[in-house]
Design a protein around this ligand. Sequence first.
Ligand SMILES: Cc1ncc(COP(=O)(O)O)c(C=O)c1O
Length: 318
Amino acid sequence: MHLRETICDYLKGKGIETSPSSILIVSGGLQALQLISIGLLQRGSVIFHESPSYLNSIHVFQSAGMNLFGIPMDEEGIKYASIGRLKRQHNPALIYTIPSFHNPTGTLMSERRRKQLLEDCQKASLPIIEDDVYGDLWFEQPPPKPLKANDKQGSVLYIGSVSKTFSPGLRIGWIVGPEPVINRLADIKMQTDYGSSSISQFLVNKWLKNGYEEDLTLVRSELKCRRDYMIEILNTYFSNIATWNIPSGGFYIWLKITPSISTRKLFEKAIQEGILLNPGNIYDKDDHRHLRLSYSYATLDQIKKGLKRISELIIEMM
Ligand SMILES: Cc1ncc(COP(=O)(O)O)c(C=O)c1O
């Protein structure tokens, strides 16, 4: 109960008004998705999502018999022509979106797009899963308010987690939604693992109450330095062979390789040299042009050596 109360206060800062009974503590964002797929969806359900998407890289939805339907993106986020028309054609059960610092493209959905998306989905009675695990990791200014902040109808299930900001090993996240939905998911959570570790919950509660703003200031500034460093390296080695976005938060740069080479072969060559790549087809099976670069974990030296070598491999393959 303590953690849920603390999360209510924390979410107020994002414009989300909720109560402890509308929150379920889960073992990370991934478990939130697992519980939703078991508890709210049926075999064969169609899920709309951004294309490319993190959802494609995890197997919970596919293994639960879901059909994933990707919608393209532009620099403002998911680019749907008409949710109403798409809904009539495909009859989706819900739409999954990562509005802030999207995995894998780093895209930040604009305020305008958020408003449109929420309005259109509500008009079409299409529930939304909003995955906001990167929302706190902005560099210059906070992202626009989450969709959940403007959700008066209870049609958004909001997912948060401390995995990207505090510690992935604690396995603590949360789902915010209408009470009946939360109660159903809580039943399944109970049957799955009897509840998340109370030591982890205790630590996250303490962190959110006492230190997260200070810690986040540090994490943001460190991440921004790493982003700047990676961009510098890309400018040095990739300016003739790739294009990329400059993310305003989160972990990822979505690198588009210009020459037509096989990213699969590039992956194989790189792994032989001890460099693990995340090619675009993990996030969209038809993508053969992109690499997802992450500046969050590797050291600056590894980033430099790895990227320099990748640029050489691409040039050799041209
Ligand atoms: C968009 C997104 N959602 C959820 C997760 C899973 O987070 P957690 O470690 O909290 O399960 C990830 C992890 O990469 C992610 O990128």
